[in-house]
Design a protein. Structure first.
Length: 736
């Protein structure tokens, strides 16, 4: 490579000693453990430019891998800025983009032509449905979307159909999943097509089985750079290992403490075993944080230190002006409604003090939690954006549920009826809908009335007639139920009886559990209104509320969506057992799931530059019931020296006081007793007078029998025989 000008004199001078070591340790395997806010992008791009400027390789001899197109563009721009000229001829891009480029060169080895088509999600599902129907699989019970989730998990693990062992197999689709996978791959090849999972799968298979091709890439790539290594799945890991066997000059940049995507296939073990995978590997730790103040960093470091599966590092301020600052504030509140009011009040106060709304974020564990904060911000006139997702009432499952409500309250609502008449699927196709529309227009009647006539007169035939007739009878029952049991029970009932909630329970996609949580939150929201009509009016006003034209808005998002972002002030609500850490994550993955939840908490804290406010409520409403909540174990793991704890909800919960106190300069709290809801109300349980010891056998009405593993005041860690480890209040168990 020809360099016309001398090396830029300052491109290394801008680095701190840790960063410079990561850039200049060029040869051999290197793992850069880059803590939050430590300048990993600067290190990666400067290292790339350093390799080119010192003439160790031509641009085409460096393979640089990112997870997003945005990261790839940013790297290209930064490298070009250091070089002083456009960086051309680079192998720089996402895993999928680079593998698509490779696969087009070698497509014949997997039965494709170089001009193969990459199918989108809709085409994948339609093709898979054809294969499933050919195998006589009930696609209502085993949906193509669910089957695609199984196939993609196999592809994420680098498994072609022939490599699936009994241990990797599943009983999904009556045990025919592997055969369906094989049939799906055959159909893709017949169409000269591939899906996104195939790009990595096929290239890895080619490198495994074609030594000449692998050797060619070993000669081609002298250096490999990988961003966000902690987020790699197994097939990405295999692809990188195969390519790195040549020169072994692989540099992976990542943070084991920020590995939070196991639900989409990421394997934190990839980064943890780097030294074992590459003999003689060096590790450089970036620990100087240029984002947050010392108390925030100390609190986050103290929390993540409780994880066993980590390589270890301790963040410290990289700026002299960050040595001091506000401690992390933990606010204990009486209930979830007061939590939303507290956040809203503090945002109003910050705004009055001149704080930019764009520098404020509310980070929640699950998407359903945004609803309470959205409505509070709307009520007090604070503009906001939901980052990385739709607003609560714009989500598909919420719009479907509201359509059911509208069709129940107002039979003449044609738009609502048409939206849900075949959701979940009832076999009502375009022909049946066209017949209903023609009848409605010809007679000047609503669509649902036209449906009644067609059912009665035989205008609809067979299964379609039975399905429509059954749905219409259900609507009559739900309308009657409104008068006798109220709107909360009615909506919960109609969502169950219509098959809508069951549709999402059967869905095996990663999004399905979140959709079910959103539906539960929707039913919970109904309890705040006197009638279903009042709730629907409220929703209409909320959805019509246009966004402010300015960009100064509070950001609402999940903790997963916040990774890579930063704000001056961060609110972290809902730190309670079962909410955060998430109970489902712990049930499904045990201690591994708990450690990922703790990493998620670490990510949340380290988004804050100046101020982090963590909150938890003593009571949360589930449907129409108030349920006592246990503070998250993560709160106990935050070091006392770096946090200030406020509020007195714990005493209020024991009915020893009737108001909450204020504390200077922070959050003025007002007394709020929970509103008592008659529907499904369950009496609270009194505190135990005895103590249950470690090792005792106990029984819980929901979780069954278990053994006490640890005791923390009135909280028990119990290993239940059938449902795994859970933390519960001792008042909810009995000695077995």
């Amino acid at each position: 490579m020809k360099v016309e000008s001398p090396l830029p004199p300052d491109y290394l001078a801008r680095l701190n000693p840790e960063q410079r070591a990561a850039v200049e340790t060029v040869d051999g395997p290197l793992l850069v453990l880059a803590g939050a806010g430590t300048g990993k992008t600067r290190v990666l791009t400067t290292r790339f430019a350093h390799i080119l400027l010192t003439r160790r390789a031509f641009p085409s001899q460096v393979l640089a891998v990112t997870f997003t197109n945005k990261a790839a563009r940013e790297m290209r721009e930064r490298v070009s800025a250091i070089l002083g000229e456009p960086a051309e001829g680079l192998w720089l891009g996402t895993f999928h983009a680079l593998c698509a480029r490779m696969l087009r060169r070698h497509a014949e080895h997997v039965g494709l032509s170089s001009n193969f088509t990459i199918l989108d999600t809709d085409d994948q599902n339609r093709l898979l449905k054809q294969v499933m129907e050919a195998n006589r699989i009930d696609t209502k019970r085993w949906t193509p979307q669910s089957m695609m989730g199984v196939i993609q998990r196999w592809k994420d693990r680098g498994l072609i159909p022939a490599r699936i062992t009994a241990a990797e197999d599943t009983d999904f689709a009556n045990g025919k999943a592997q055969a369906i996978y094989a049939g799906y791959q055959d159909r893709l090849r017949a169409l000269n097509a591939a899906d996104f999972g195939d790009l990595l799968l096929y290239v890895t298979e080619i490198l495994r089985t074609q030594p000449d091709i692998l050797a060619d890439y070993h000669r081609r790539f002298r250096y490999i750079l990988v961003d966000e290594y902690q987020d790699t799945n197994l097939v990405q890991y295999l692809w990188l290992r195969l390519l790195a066997q040549g020169h072994r000059n692989i540099c992976c940049v990542g943070d084991d403490d920020q590995s939070i995507y196991s639900w989409r296939g990421a394997e934190v073990e990839n980064i943890l075993r780097f030294e074992k995978d590459f003999d003689g590997a060096k590790i450089v730790r970036l620990e100087s944080n240029y984002r947050s103040t010392a108390p925030i960093l100390a609190a986050a470091s103290g929390l993540i230190a409780h994880n066993e599966g980590r390589l270890g590092k301790t963040l410290r301020p990289g700026r002299t002006d960050a040595q001091n600052g506000e401690k992390v504030t933990i606010v204990e509140l009486w209930d979830s409604d007061e939590e939303a009011r507290m956040v809203g009040t503090q945002i109003e106060e910050l705004r009055r003090e001149g704080h930019s709304l764009a520098e404020i974020a509310v980070l929640v564990r699950a998407g359903f939690q945004t609803r309470a904060f959205e409505e509070r911000l709307i009520n007090i006139g604070i503009p906001y954006r939901v980052v990385g997702g739709l607003r609560f009432y714009e989500r598909a499952e919420i719009r479907d549920a509201i359509a059911y409500m509208r069709a129940t309250v107002q039979p003449a609502d044609d738009l609502a009826f048409e939206r849900i008449v075949n959701v979940p699927r009832r076999g009502v196709g375009e022909a049946a809908l066209r017949t209903m529309h023609e009848t409605a227009r010809a007679n000047g009647i609503p669509l649902s009335v036209a449906a009644v006539r067609l059912v009665e007169t035989g205008g609809l035939k067979g299964k379609v007639r039975d399905a429509i007739g059954g749905l219409l009878r259900q609507f009559e029952q739900w309308r009657a139920l409104l008068d006798t049991d109220g709107h909360v029970v009615t909506v919960a009932t109609l969502l169950d009886e219509s098959g809508y909630t069951d549709m999402w329970k059967q869905d095996k996609s990663a999004e399905a559990p979140g959709r079910l949580e959103n539906l539960k939150e929707l039913v919970r929201a109904l309890a705040e209104f006197e009638s279903l009509g009042g709730f629907l009016d409220h929703v209409a006003l909320v959805t019509e509320n246009e966004e402010a034209s300015d960009s100064d808005k509070v950001s609402l998002m999940t903790l997963h969506g916040a990774k890579g972002l930063e704000f001056d002030t961060v609110f972290l609500p809902g730190w309670e057992e079962g909410v955060f850490p998430n109970q489902r994550a712990m049930d499904e993955s045990g201690n591994k799931g708990l450690e990922e939840e703790r990493r998620l908490a670490y990510v949340g804290l380290t988004r804050a530059r100046r101020r982090a406010i963590v909150s938890h409520a003593a009571n949360r409403r589930i449907y129409a019931n108030w349920q006592a909540s246990i503070p998250s174990r993560f709160l106990e793991e935050l070091p006392d020296a770096h946090v200030q704890r406020t509020g007195s909800a714990g005493m209020a919960r024991d009915a020893r006081i009737s108001s909450l106190t204020s504390f200077p300069g922070q959050f003025p709290l007002t007394a709020q007793r929970p509103r008592v809801i008659d529907v499904w109300e369950q009496p609270g349980r009194p505190a135990r007078t005895d103590r249950i010891p470690v090792g005792a056998r106990v029984f819980h009405q929901k979780f069954g029998y278990g053994t006490v593993k640890a005791v923390d005041d009135d909280k028990l860690d119990i290993a239940f025989d059938k449902t795994g480890d859970k933390r519960v209040l001792d008042r909810f168990v009995e000695r077995a």
